[in-house]
Structures are given as C-alpha cells and as structure tokens.
Ligand binder design. Structure first.
Ligand SMILES: Nc1ncnc2c1ncn2[C@@H]1O[C@H](COP(=O)(O)OP(=O)(O)OP(=O)(O)O)[C@@H](O)[C@H]1O
Length: 616
C-alpha cells in the first residue's frame, strides 16, 4: 500500500536542507528504514566561497521577475524570499583542490585543478562505506524489483546484482560510494554490463530509475581504462572521446554535474556546451581539455561549424531522451552531428540510446536513419513508455475557465495538509509560454510564490528560476515542456498538468518529475473536451499503473477510440523491440529476430509534431 501523499510530503517538509543527507523523505512506508541517500543536488552544494550573482528580481522579490510585483501584503507562504543566482556558465574548470592528474589524453592539464564536485574537501576515501547491501541507500529498491525486464539481441551479457561484481575501476567505484549508491538500480544492473561489453544499446526504463548513471559509468570506466590514440596537441580544435547529447540546456547542465561527480579524480574531464550561454567561456573550458562532451545539439553544431570541436575521436555516443532527440524537431541537427560530420560510423563507436519512452516510430526511424546503431541490444525495464506506479495519478474534469480556481484549491489543500514546507515543491505544466507567464503572474498576484521556465526566457532567467525552485525559495514552478524531461529535482511532491499535453509520452515524462528514485509522488491532471485525443491512452496508461480511472474518463476513452486523433493511438502498448514485428523482418536481414505477428502499424499517425529545436 502506498503512503498518503500528504503524509509523505509532510515528512519531507519537516526536513531541513542540512539534515537531508541522512533522510530521504517522501518514501513509501514499505521502505525498511530511513534514508542515508543524499539527492545529488544537495550533495553537490556549491562551496560557500562561490560568489552570488547579481540579484535579478530585487532583494525582496519572491520570484525571479524584475518588478513582477506580487501582493504588497507579501507572500501567503510567509516572508519575502530572496533568490540568489550564480554568475557564469559551463564547465568544471579550475580552482579547488588538485586532481589525480592527467595521463596525456587531453583531460585535466597540469596547471588545472579539479573542483571537488561533492563540495566536501575532507572526503576520506577510507571512511566511505563499502558496497554493502545492508546499507540503506534511501532508494526503495523493492519498488523496482517486480518490474519485468526484456532484452533482445544476440548474446546479451547477463545482468549484475551489485556494483562490486563489475570492474568499473577504483576511482569510479569510490565516487559511486561517495554518491551513496549502494547497489545498482534495475536499468543499471542490465545496461552497465551490456555497455561494458562494448555493445550498442537501446534502453528504455521508467522515469527516475537511474538511467544517467547507466550510460555514464561505462563511458567513464571505458575512458579510464582504454588505450586511445594520442589526440592532436597544439591545435584549437578539441577531440572528445565521448559525446552525450540531450534535448534541453538544463538537462545538459544536470548530466554534466552528475558526470563530473562520477568522474572526480578519475582523470576524465567532462565539459558542457549549450545554447543561450556565452560561447567564449565554453570554448575556454573546451581548450583546457575534454574527454566527455555533454551538449545540446544546436550549440554543438555551432562548435563543429567553427571547427572548435572534432568528432573524429568519438568512441562513445549517448543520446539521453533519445526518442525526443530523434523526433522531428531535432532530427536535422542529430543527423548532421552523427552522420554528416567526422564521427566514426557505428561499429567503430559505441552508441547508447536511453529514454523512458520509445515509440515504435522512433525505433523504426533509427534504422532508417542509416544505422545509428550496430548489432544493438534492446533493453526494456518495465513496459515501454509506462509510468511508475510510485506516482499516484489523479485526473479531474475541469472546464478551461475553472482551471485557475481548481489550481488554487489544490495549492490551498497542500497548505491545509501541511505540505507548505519549504521543500514540498509543485510543478505546474502549461502548454504555452504566454500561458506560463500569465499563470505565474496570477499566482504571484494571489500571494503564491511562483516562478516560470520556458523558451522565451533568457538562459540566465531559466537557470535562476530553476535554482530558486530547487532550493525551495520559490516552491511553485510553472513550466512548459522544456522542463518535462530528465530533470531530477528532489522534493517535487506534486506535478499538476494544468494543460495536458497532446502526446501520452509527454505526459509520462512530465509526471516523472515526481516519484523518482523509489520515492512516491502525486500527479494531478485537468482534463476537458480539448484533451479528447489523449483520453484513451491516458486511461490505458493509468490502468496499467494500477491507478483509479474515473468512469467519465473511461467513457471519453470509449468515444475517443472512434476516430482517435492521438499521435500513436492504440499502437503504443503493443510494441517493445520493434525488430520483433513482422513488418520489420520482412525484407530485412536481421537474423536474430522473428516476427511475432501483429506487425508494425498501430495508429498510423506520424510521430513528431514540430517540437521547437530552439530549445537548445
Ligand atoms: N544506484 C543508485 N542508488 C541510489 N540512487 C540512485 C542510483 N542511481 C541513480 N540514483 C538516483 O536516482 C535519481 C534518478 O536518476 P536519473 O535522473 O538518472 O533518472 P532517469 O532514469 O534518467 O530519469 P528520467 O527518465 O526522468 O530522465 C537521481 O537522484 C540519482 O542520483
């Protein structure tokens, strides 16, 4: 049985930032003990010496809008809060204490000093706990144990049960312990041995289940141990060995932060490049050496065209949120990067595609897009595209004009349930940038501390907003889909789909901002006639996740199945590895797969929908 959301959040609300290192909060009662797990964003708090950025919203603003006002009487959630920001973008550059040194591959240079990303200069390797299943990582692994796992492809390496079984290298193992990861999550148990064996991989696992580490560990370990040809020196072009692409700037920043922790003192240097931030600073970071480049596609194309980066030496290519990266919005840029520059072809590089959703249309596209992958293994942890049942999903019928008052009710209810604590965060998704601004303004005018993140805000505003939300200073974030994927924000207790998306996979990613790493969460959606195209897939998804489906939604779903306008409609729940479908195997030489009937076809609608590549 699940704990009540309010109870769970109340627990987490009672925690302070300072003791968060010993308490996970927001867990299901079945978790045996309280947590020793520290969420990454708390582990990696900036050193106190870090200079505060210039105040954007003025010292007493409780959101990050200059002069956005808010009630003169102040916030309903108590006193004015001050946002702070950090100046500067990008890389894991200088300062801090010395690193293990670089062994001539172009990473940490002699004069560079590696910042301790754990924010604790006294990390004592010997004092770190050994891998030990008795340790409580704070992640409720029981929540994942009964998830079915499917692998397909030839000679699939067997999964492991512990990190100790895998030879990742001492320095990386130490960082895994510093992260308090006691044992691998299911996707890590399966994906890491596959990647370490050098195989290409298409991996699908539910939101919040640890996919970032699943692709980072093998890359870092491979670079630590690999013998790579000497990279050219003295030229202004850099030659990374690994490329990790992600669809949004904020996600690239997050992956970079994670990868820096995992690679601390391994000699492997990670740099991030993303749009909206000054390119010169990113260039300086690159020139100091780069082994793993984390990037958004647009900025990377820019760097490639300026010949600042060459992909000639790439040995590892990871696409996070791979279905998004391969959909219409990003396809031209991804094709350019992967197929039209100097990147080695499949087989000479190792390619990993990860996401929580993999519509068959995208799987097919990978094949048609001239072999991104070579002899790959398909791994599905849980049903492809399913949501985790750690999230309690509710759907309310709400007319367009009533949405604001319903939202107000929900937020009031959170207060009444004692969920107004600093760390109980609410993420509200809306469809448009204008809608986001207007709702944020309205919330602020009504005394609720809100901020917003969307594509019309400057990058600095976006980062400030996100930081303010994460810290709990502004506990309501109104967002467009730019915040839907990948972001790992501790203490998001409630995701509200004020406007539902048109695509069920977008819904899965949005609600996946809560209920992460074994913790429970709540997601509420406002549904009305405008969302008819989603009725069927939403009802199916909720049913599959053992959620209560309201009768009215079932009725809508029944009606919607005649003439469903959904993008993938009924095809979605049929597919796993598309190579099993007969339509692929007809006229195809894949010896490993034998069509099981059914065939590919499903909804017939094309996937895509013009996601703005301006995201990056
Ligand atoms: N082995 C582990 N033990 C404990 N915590 C872990 C482990 N692996 C990952 N985590 C934590 O789980 C959380 C979710 O991980 P991550 O962000 O990689 O999820 P994800 O699967 O990529 O989610 P999404 O689909 O939303 O991108 C992070 O806070 C991460 O630090």
């Amino acid at each position: 049985m699940r704990s009540s959301w309010a109870d769970a959040v109340e627990n987490s609300a009672g925690e302070s930032l300072d003791n968060a290192g010993t308490s996970g909060g927001n867990e299901r009662p079945s978790a045996a003990a309280r947590s020793a797990y520290v969420p990454p964003h708390l582990r990696n708090r900036p050193p106190v010496s870090e200079p505060p950025a210039p105040s954007v919203g003025g010292p007493h603003s409780f959101n990050d809008r200059p002069g956005s006002g808010g009630p003169t009487s102040g916030s309903r959630w108590g006193g004015g809060r001050t946002e702070y920001g950090r100046q500067g973008y990008g890389g894991g550059g200088g300062g801090g204490r010395g690193s293990g040194g670089w062994r001539g591959r172009g990473g940490w240079g002699g004069k560079d000093r590696e910042v301790n990303p754990f924010g604790n200069d006294d990390v004592d390797a010997d004092a770190e706990p050994a891998f030990n299943e008795q340790e409580n990582s704070g992640i409720n692994f029981d929540a994942y144990e009964d998830i079915p796992v499917e692998t397909s492809g030839g000679n699939v390496p067997p999964p492991v049960n512990t990190f100790a079984e895998i030879d990742l290298g001492d320095a990386l193992n130490l960082n895994i312990r510093r992260c308090k990861y006691v044992k691998p999550t299911p996707v890590q148990r399966h994906a890491i041995p596959i990647s370490l064996a050098g195989r290409d991989l298409m991996a699908c696992a539910q939101t919040g289940s640890g996919k970032t580490a699943a692709f980072c560990f093998p890359i870092i370990s491979g670079i630590m141990k690999g013998n790579f040809p000497q990279r050219p020196r003295g030229v202004r072009t850099v030659f990374p060995l690994a490329l990790i692409l992600s669809p949004t700037r904020e996600l690239s920043v997050q992956i970079h932060e994670e990868a820096r922790k995992f690679s601390y003192q391994t000699g492997v240097r990670v740099v991030v490049a993303y749009g909206g931030a000054p390119i010169n600073q990113q260039l300086r970071e690159l020139e100091r050496g780069v082994d793993i480049l984390v990037a958004t596609p647009g900025r990377l194309v820019d760097l490639l065209e300026r010949a600042k980066v060459s992909l000639q030496m790439i040995r590892y290519l990871a696409l996070d949120e791979a279905d998004r990266m391969l959909d219409m919005g990003f396809e031209p840029q991804i094709r350019k990067i992967v197929e039209q520059m100097d990147m080695p072809p499949p087989g000479e590089r190792q390619t990993m595609l990860f996401s929580a959703t993999f519509p068959k249309e995208i799987q097919v596209k990978v094949r048609m897009a001239s072999d991104f992958l070579s002899n790959y293994i398909f791994l599905a942890v849980g049903r492809v595209g399913s949501s985790t049942d750690l999230i309690v999903q509710r759907v309310e019928y709400v007319h367009e004009n009533d949405k604001r008052s319903y939202l107000m009710d929900l937020i009031h209810a959170q207060r009444a349930n004692g969920v107004q604590g600093k760390h109980a965060l609410t993420l509200v998704f809306v469809e448009t940038k204008k809608g986001a601004d207007s709702l944020e303004h309205w919330l602020c005018m009504n005394g609720f501390p809100a901020t917003t993140i969307h594509g019309d805000r400057t990058q600095q505003e976006r980062e400030t907003a996100l930081r303010s939300f994460k810290s709990g200073n502004t506990p309501i974030l109104v967002a467009t889909d730019v915040a839907a994927r990948g972001l790992d924000i501790p203490h998001v207790a409630h995701v509200i789909n004020f406007d539902l998306p048109n695509d069920i996979d977008d819904y899965v990613h949005r609600i996946g901002r809560t209920g992460r790493a074994g913790k429970s969460g709540l997601a509420t959606a406002f549904f009305n006639e405008n969302n008819m195209s989603l009725a069927k897939s939403l009802a199916e998804l909720m049913k599959e996740a053992n959620q209560e489906v309201p009768d009215w939604l079932t009725r809508f779903a029944g009606r919607a199945s005649f003439g469903n306008k959904g993008r993938r409609g009924g095809g979605r729940f049929g597919g796993r590895d598309f190579r099993r479908d007969s339509s692929y195997n007809r006229g195809n030489n894949s010896g490993d797969y034998h069509g099981g009937g059914g065939g590919y076809g499903g909804s017939g609608g094309s996937y895509g929908g013009g996601y703005p590549s301006a995201w990056d």
